[in-house]
Design a protein around this ligand. Structure first.
Ligand code: ZN
Ligand code: ZN
Ligand code: ZN
Length: 525
């Protein structure tokens, strides 16, 4: 290790500086590198038994400038650190799989995340013992390139320096060779600790986290949000138009179950309970199925403990009728039985790394058939913006975009396009739920304003009883039972159980690996 460090120093600094470089360990007290000034982290090594990362400063801060930093100096740059570790893993992985020196599994094991709470935390020397200029000089001789770095209050600052211009391409090939074999364990640990802390701070039942397969983590840039964020420029139906129940509804009526009335104005467009229509209502309903005011409605949730209290009723489980819940204008109060999704997640969930399908979601408790799990959240954007984002980030992006197109036909009549929820950068734990062609979770439209056909909740309910810790999945393409887009490709041949799908439009095929018996083999094209 020392030999390789020497090689680096020799290749990047004048020989007479060697001794000084090797003995001076620069410390910046509690000062930190600010993420906004950093372009990226580009290399790693071990110095004095501690992990160091090479910061590439933003061009605007100091052009072509690089400096080495210990982990405690980089705690404000954890997202960049995560980017670097990911790139490093991929680099090592592609190298080894190209050379076929090791099996991918051996490679994975070698980089298994090791939890090491007993690890020595780096001691921080007082920065007052040396003058800044002496330190800066030492840094410029091998710890930094084309710049000097110095502490300034809570900040580590950088200044361009042409005293010892570094002509070499940084990081050098030698540096990269050292990087590939130097441990990044403490950096991984720091990132994971940060994620766990963040998950713990979320409201509601606990969201736990597990990855026993590798050192990767969910993106630190992902922001957990409790409600969708409406992007600027998007319009919502005037909240003044929200209609609540106005008649007999009041809190604690009936057996404390709130609304059970067919006349609640808020529920005008809810599914009609046809079996309860009288003759006159039948005639009216037959001639104009759109006019449902005053007709008895099907309430979405069971109200008796004997019948899966609070779970979705069979009628809704079989179909995909939108659910209308009571709203803040209703007289029935928060205890009304017709309010469920609006109260938010009641179940603990676990985000976990699956063996071969990236991140997944599960619940440590058994879930009852029809039980509400959580909503799908994200930024609400326009259709055009969704197209732009998709074009920018390629095929994989599609799996985070969810069109709010339940009322597409009505919107089309008004020449309006549905909005789209983008859950990639902001969202809830359901963002990590995988696709299945035979899912155990169904998604529903849940509306609190019958006049708003563009913004509503997407809510997940259990399709059947789900045992504790079974992975949760929903069908990314299943918008409606009757409007199923299954099979966007053409099954062109089937030899020895190997199906070959050809996309409709010569696009790239995204294969489905859900493993279900009725798997469609193609996610989308
Ligand atoms: Zn009511
Ligand atoms: Zn109500
Ligand atoms: Zn109501």
């Amino acid at each position: 290790m020392i030999d390789s460090l020497r090689t680096i120093c020799r290749s990047s600094a004048k020989p007479r500086a060697m001794k000084e470089v090797m003995v001076v360990v620069p410390r910046f007290g509690s000062a930190k590198v600010a993420q906004r000034e950093v372009d990226s982290l580009v290399c790693n090594r071990i110095l004095d038994g501690e992990e160091q990362y090479l910061v590439k400063w933003k061009r605007i801060v100091a052009p072509n400038a690089y400096s080495w930093h210990y982990l405690p100096e980089l705690t404000l740059c954890l997202a960049l650190l995560q980017d670097y570790l990911k790139a490093r893993r991929e680099r090592i992985h592609s190298k080894t799989s190209n050379l076929k020196r090791k099996s991918p599994h051996a490679e994975q094991r070698a980089h298994l995340y090791e939890h090491d709470p007993q690890s020595r935390s780096p001691s921080v020397q007082s920065s007052s013992s040396e003058s800044i200029s002496a330190k800066a000089q030492a840094l410029s001789l091998g710890e930094s390139y084309n710049c000097t770095v110095y502490p300034d209050g809570d900040h580590i600052r950088v200044r361009s320096s042409l005293r010892l211009p570094c002509a070499e391409r940084i990081p050098t090939a030698e540096m990269m060779a050292v990087a590939a074999t130097s441990s990044t364990r403490h950096a991984s640990h720091k990132i994971r600790t940060h994620i766990l802390k963040r998950l713990k701070a979320l409201p509601g039942p606990e969201i736990t986290y597990q990855n026993i397969h590798d050192a990767s983590d969910i993106p630190l840039r992902f922001e957990f949000i409790e409600a969708c964020v409406l992007r600027e420029g998007l319009t919502r139906v005037d909240p003044e138009t929200i209609v609540g129940c106005q008649k007999e509804c009041r809190p604690n009526m009936g057996k404390n179950i709130g609304c059970q009335l067919s006349i609640c104005e808020c529920l005008e467009f809810a599914a009609v309970q046809e079996g309860r229509l009288n003759e006159e209502q039948w005639v009216r309903y037959r001639s104009n199925p759109g006019d449902t005011a005053g007709l008895p409605k099907r309430f979405p949730y069971h109200t008796s403990v004997a019948q899966r209290d609070g779970c979705l009723v069979e009628f809704y489980l079989r179909g995909r009728h939108p659910i209308y819940e009571c709203n803040h204008r209703c007289n029935c109060g928060p205890g009304c039985n017709n309010r469920m999704v609006q109260h938010g997640r009641q179940l603990p969930l676990e985000i976990f790394k699956t063996k071969d399908r990236g991140w997944g979601l599960r619940c440590p408790l058994a879930i009852r058939k029809g039980q509400f799990i959580d909503t799908y959240r994200g930024e609400i954007i326009t259709d055009e913006e969704a197209d732009r984002r998709e074009a920018r980030s390629g095929k994989g992006k599609e799996s985070y975009l969810y069109a709010l197109d339940k009322f597409e036909d009505e919107l089309r009549e008004r020449e309006e396009a549905p909005y789209v929820v983008d859950g990639e950068h902001k969202g809830g734990p359901t963002r990590f739920m995988n696709h299945s062609c035979d899912p155990n979770v169904l998604q529903y439209t849940v509306s609190y304003n019958k006049y708003d056909q563009k913004v509503y909740d997407l809510a997940f309910f259990a399709r059947r009883d789900i045992p504790a810790n079974e992975e949760l999945s929903f069908d990314y393409l299943d918008k409606d039972e009757e409007d199923n887009e299954a099979g966007t490709g053409v099954l062109t041949s089937q030899v020895d159980d190997v199906e070959v799908w050809t996309p409709d439009d010569n696009g790239t095929v995204v294969p489905c690996r859900c493993g279900a018996e009725k798997c469609r083999k193609v996610l989308w094209t």
